[in-house]
Design a protein around this ligand. Structure first.
Ligand SMILES: Cc1cc2nc3c(=O)[nH]c(=O)nc-3n(C[C@H](O)[C@H](O)[C@H](O)COP(=O)(O)OP(=O)(O)OC[C@H]3O[C@@H](n4cnc5c(N)ncnc54)[C@H](O)[C@@H]3O)c2cc1C
Length: 295
């Protein structure tokens, strides 16, 4: 539009004009963040048979729905107590507004007489997403893989399918690493997957020079800077990888796993039932005694 090219006759300086300009820019850009097609409430028809019932369309449930839905013959029911994420879930930092809202289970910790004694009643808020995509909509988006030894411990404990090699293979399969600068580094490019549903990048930041100073301090005291923490087996200091790219959160919902599950099964939108009560599921099957007893 021509007005975008018009120069301003009265230059504005100071915090308020800048904040106002940022707000206008945010609302102009926010239309791009609206999911293309929000899931509709679906109905489970009488006597429907499901091969798998997944409880919770959160971080884990969305991945399971995606992977299981690759077998087209399987009928999957994905249950989620919350609804579609609001736009704040896509904008890093605005997720804080979702805490203690209807998108949060609003849990409080129990006073155990030991921790959190400096706060009233020794109890703090414990956010958990009640929303499609679960807590991945409201978390801090920090993507840190474990150290090899973490997975070796699992293997040593008898979990033979959870070797370092197998776990790393699954990580890579789920990733789509997007930082073009860091991808020039062969070790980083080799470490990450490139075609998975979960986009990874580093956060944009206005004050990178402050971060650089912090990093130098770590380096000075012997915790050496590394180009990428995950590639360095989480040994050292460096810029975090994030489940965010191009300024947008990459939660488990429409941005990544769940959208694929939806595509995998043409009728997937019928397999998600929002605000579905598990009690109903038990009652629903009670006539045939074919229930799983979930509540
Ligand atoms: C504030 C905060 C910051 C965090 N920051 C990070 C971070 O930076 N990096 C990191 O790796 N991890 C972080 N985490 C942790 C991480 O987000 C969680 O460990 C992870 O999302 C949990 O995944 P989940 O699948 O187990 O549960 P969730 O993602 O919470 O999914 C559970 C889903 O089940 C649904 N549900 C629950 N009960 C029912 C029911 N009865 N019927 C139907 N649906 C139900 C819920 O509504 C929810 O959608 C953070 C967590 C919080 C709270």
């Amino acid at each position: 539009m021509p007005c975008y090219n018009t120069s301003c006759t009265i230059p504005t300086t100071g915090g308020f004009p800048n904040a106002f300009a940022s707000a206008v820019q945010f609302f102009a850009a926010s239309q791009c963040l609206v999911p293309e097609e929000a899931l509709k409430n679906s109905h489970v028809h009488n006597k429907t048979h499901f091969d798998f019932i997944i409880v919770g369309a959160g971080s884990a449930g969305s991945v399971m729905a995606n992977r299981l839905s690759e077998i087209k013959e399987w009928n999957i029911l994905l249950l989620e107590a919350g609804g579609d994420p609001p736009i704040e879930a896509s904008v890093p930092e605005l997720d804080r507004n979702l805490r203690l809202s209807k998108y949060d289970w609003q849990y409080l910790t129990t006073n155990d007489g030991v921790i959190d004694q400096s706060v009233i009643n020794g109890s703090i808020n414990w956010p958990r997403g009640k929303i499609i995509g679960g807590t991945s909509n409201i978390n801090a988006m920090i993507y840190v893989e474990g150290n090899d030894q973490d997975y070796q411990n699992w293997y040593n404990a008898g979990n033979l399918e959870w070797s370092v090699r197998d776990v790393r293979r699954c990580f890579k399969k789920s990733q789509s690493y997007q930082n073009q600068r860091l991808l020039q580094d062969e070790a980083i490019s080799k470490h990450y997957g490139h075609n998975g549903p979960l986009a990874l990048n580093i956060f944009n930041t206005t004050y990178r020079q402050v971060t650089e100073k912090n990093l130098k301090s770590w380096d000075d005291i012997g915790i050496k800077n590394v180009p990428d923490l995950n590639t360095a087996n989480v040994m050292g200091s460096g810029i975090l990888t994030a489940t965010a790219t191009n300024g947008e959160r990459q939660s488990s919902n429409y941005q990544s796993h769940l959208s694929l599950a939806w595509k995998n099964q043409s009728e997937f939108k019928d397999l998600i039932t929002k605000t579905f009560r598990l009690k109903d599921l038990v009652n629903y099957h009670s006539d045939t005694h074919d229930s799983f007893g979930m509540r």
